[in-house]
Design a protein around this ligand. Structure first.
Ligand code: ZN
Length: 370
């Protein structure tokens, strides 16, 4: 029986180049109308009992090829548990090997979060007491931008994720956030919902998510470079969210992302915005320190270099929101690899840990804003 490889499904991405014995050469398909690619997700059938070597031969041209060293691909036989497999990177080729003892196996860059799962999440959370749902707008392909509000407090918290659709850990984080906020037996959300109103967009980029994109929407636009001037033609996903923010105001914001290279959780801030003050910046620093003190799954040593005074890119959401509203704004980056300070050799960074990180973020928020 011959092996078949398929990615024609929700969030799938791969192209088969050659299949020679147990070695399969593959390419990741670039985002539509864009050069970005790094997300892959495909299924293998007909391989039970074989040890296969997959070679992604265009890995060297990926958006963040410098992130491949130290990375390990994920494999699942049930689409629930995603384990790391032996992976190496050399000469522009990402190679991973797996022995398949099941009828079917799936491989992905990170545990996927399909659009179907997004729909299930929205349905489940919207049905909980005290939750309001609104379709804020539509994507270029006509998909809903789902927006959930919780709580009645005077301070406005915005949590939004997956501007970059291949960063699937982001929506696992949002699932954790929304589940904790709607847990009736938990004292933390009861306290938070009295002090804050939460505005949540669990998926900013449904088109890219479904299409198996890494970084862009259906028009090849990087949504996190649109926040200074979003348009209905290029970036309706950002336009509808920013317009709603203008109505509600923003006191605290978290924009949830994944990073291809750095093996740690960290937040990036808004250094260099025109409205910068040292007091504003000190709140960001203090929040990061409080989070690092609260859990071994967060740290502040590794992260991005900061912009010089006046040099912030206001096309990026965290800079725009910090500057526009004076918000304590943060870009959370979770790893595709692992959080090395607290590593898990079997799963690496994972859906469960992304969800727990969100639970912890709410605890830090509850204590921080007293
Ligand atoms: Zn990102």
């Amino acid at each position: 029986m011959s092996i078949s490889i398929n990615a024609a499904f929700d969030s799938g991405n791969i192209r088969v180049v050659a299949c020679q014995g147990d070695v399969i050469d593959l390419e990741i398909v670039a985002d539509h109308l864009s050069d970005f690619y790094q997300w892959f997700h495909f299924r293998v059938a007909g391989a039970r009992g074989r040890t296969l070597t997959f070679r992604i031969i265009n890995a060297g041209g990926a958006a963040y090829a410098f992130g491949w060293p130290g990375y390990r691909a994920r494999m699942s036989t049930d689409r629930h548990a995603w384990r790391q497999v032996d992976t190496g990177y050399a000469d522009g080729v990402l190679t991973f090997t797996a022995t398949i003892d099941s009828e079917l196996a799936w491989f992905a860059y990170f545990a996927p979060y399909t659009l179907e799962r997004h729909d299930d999440l929205v349905a489940r959370i919207a049905a909980k007491p005290g939750v309001a749902h609104r379709e804020l707008g539509q994507s270029l392909d006509g998909r809903a931008i789902d927006y959930l509000t919780l709580g009645s407090g005077p301070r406005q918290v915005w949590a939004y994720a997956r501007q970059h659709p291949g960063e699937s850990m982001c929506e696992w984080f949002m699932e954790g956030l929304l589940e904790r906020l709607t847990d009736p037996g938990d004292a933390i959300p009861a306290d938070l919902l009295a002090r804050f109103t939460f505005h949540c967009v669990p998926n900013m980029n449904p088109d890219g998510s479904y299409r198996g994109h890494l970084r862009t929407n259906a028009a090849g636009v990087n949504l996190n470079r649109e926040w200074h001037a979003p348009t209905a033609e290029r970036s309706p996903e950002v336009l509808c969210v920013r317009n709603r923010m203008d109505e509600t105001g923003v006191d605290i914001a978290i924009d949830v992302h994944g990073d291809e290279a750095i093996p740690a959780n960290f937040i990036a801030g808004y250094e260099g915005i025109p409205n910068w003050t040292d007091e504003h910046g000190a709140r960001f620093t203090a929040f990061g320190a409080a989070w690092a003190a609260a859990t071994p799954d967060f740290q502040t040593k590794l992260g991005y270099p900061v912009a010089a005074a006046g040099r912030a890119n206001l096309a990026m959401s965290t800079n725009q929101v910090a500057n526009r509203f004076g918000a304590l704004a943060m870009t959370l980056e979770m790893p595709f690899k692992d959080h090395d300070d607290n590593a898990d050799p079997e799963f690496g960074w994972s859906p469960e840990r992304s969800k727990r990180l969100a639970h912890g973020w709410l605890e830090v928020l509850a204590a921080f804003e007293r």
